[in-house]
Design a protein around this ligand. Structure first.
Ligand SMILES: Cc1ncc(COP(=O)(O)O)c(C=O)c1O
Ligand code: FES
Length: 396
């Protein structure tokens, strides 16, 4: 069992690139290599590809093409939204509200801004990772210049009440940024409709079957924000640098595919995920982290008591299962996940966490395989744990 099999259950870390996306990108890596700012035809072809992709993104988000700015990915988009807004609005105030379970691409810019005289409230979330919009409203001050709350969490999958948060922000005239990196392809967004209170939104192509190193920031018209990268006149002088034409073209195709059949796609993933969840919950001393229902369709995050997550991960890898203990970017760190700490998971239990994120690479056979392998691996690791007594009571 095992050796030749590959079960990829880490779609929250990154996704494979769809064939249609690769095909859309290839001409711009080969023949159409011109600089989109050049006036001759191979440059114009690049420019056209960039603008076509911008239109596709706008259509998928319910935005106008002029409100889409290409970046190098989710991290840059988050940095730009947070720092760009803070610096543009510093005369109006110095207070920012965010939550402690944000991705580090939001949290660390906030920490940096604290060193520059800004004041940041890290609004506590509940045991599932949810923000209470009433508490958020109570935290708004006269000098609040930005609210940044993610659409859905990358580790525990919890979906935040974005409409309510946006409404509160809008009523108080505070710009609202949301990191929607994990949400695209799982939810329909409508920035002119139900999501009209969002002022800025980050996305990243490699989470929806597009290439890595390309993303976008949606900036609602009229939002006060400083330019982020200074140099050439690209992206209306707001984000300088020769465009990543192939990446942009690929992202355009990827978002078109990701939003074509959103409901059907999410339902298929959710069904597989729920069967996996049910089977895993039968393992003793296992608890689900994150909200039981308000979670991303592909996300599962468990803590297995008496086990060390890294060992679990390595043993699963030997069996051909790709998973993670938390976020991919923090996997080199031995600190317990900041997300699990913030929702009150004790450090010794957080150590035994496993994130499985399902997506288009998975089949029902993959679920069967994980359900066959995981209980055995957990049992093996517990058998060598000095702390484990099989008679212990199971905590669900
Ligand atoms: C919620 C969230 N925000 C931001 C990022 C960073 O995106 P990128 O890898 O494109 O820089 C990620 C990627 O893991 C993410 O999950
Ligand atoms: S890849 Fe998800 S946290 Fe970085």
């Amino acid at each position: 069992m095992g050796e030749n099999r590959l079960v990829y259950m880490d779609h929250a870390a990154t996704t494979f690139i769809k064939q249609e996306v690769v095909e859309t990108m290839l001409p711009f890596l080969k023949d159409h290599f011109g600089n989109p700012s050049s006036l001759y035809s191979i440059g114009r072809e690049g420019k056209e590809a960039v603008e076509t992709a911008r239109e596709k993104l706008a259509k998928a988000l319910g935005a106008s093409p002029e409100e889409i700015y290409f970046t190098s990915g989710g991290t840059e988009s988050d940095n730009w939204a947070v720092k760009g807004t803070a610096f543009a609005r510093r005369k109006k105030g110095k207070h920012i509200i965010t939550i402690p379970i944000e991705h580090h691409a939001v949290l660390y810019p906030c920490k940096y801004l604290e060193t520059k005289g800004f004041d940041v409230t890290y609004l506590p979330v509940d045991e599932y990772g949810l923000v209470d919009p009433a508490e958020l409203e109570a935290a708004i001050r006269e000098d609040t210049i930005l609210i940044s709350v993610m659409y859905a969490n990358n580790e525990i999958g919890t979906i935040e009440p974005i409409s309510e948060i946006g409404k509160v922000a809008g009523e108080h005239g505070v710009p609202f940024h949301t990191d929607a990196v994990q949400a695209i392809g799982n939810f329909s967004l409508d920035l002119k409709g139900k999501d009209r209170d969002v002022n800025m939104l980050s996305l990243s192509a490699h989470k929806f079957y597009g290439p890595k190193g390309i993303g976008a920031l949606y900036i609602r018209e009229g939002t006060e924000i400083d330019s982020y990268i200074h140099g050439g006149a690209q992206e209306k002088r707001k984000r300088a640098g020769t465009e990543n034409v192939a990446g942009i073209a690929g992202m355009g195709k990827a978002i078109e595919l990701a939003t074509a059949n959103i409901e059907k796609h999410a339902e298929k993933i959710r069904k597989m995920r729920d069967r996996l969840r049910k089977g895993i919950m039968e393992i003793p001393h296992c608890r689900l982290n994150g909200h039981p229902e308000k979670r991303l369709p592909g996300n599962l995050n468990f803590s297995f008591e008496y086990i060390e997550g890294e060992s679990l991960l390595l043993m699963l890898d030997q069996m051909g299962i790709c998973s993670s203990t938390g976020s991919a970017c923090s996997s080199g760190s031995l600190d317990p996940s900041h997300v699990l700490s913030a929702i009150g998971v004790p450090p010794e239990i957080a150590q035994g966490s496993l994130r499985l994120t399902l997506g288009d690479a998975n089949t029902e056979e993959d679920v069967d395989y994980v359900l066959e392998v995981l209980p055995q691996v957990v049992e093996k690791l517990r058998a060598i744990s000095p702390f484990y007594k099989p008679s212990d009571v199971c905590e669900k």
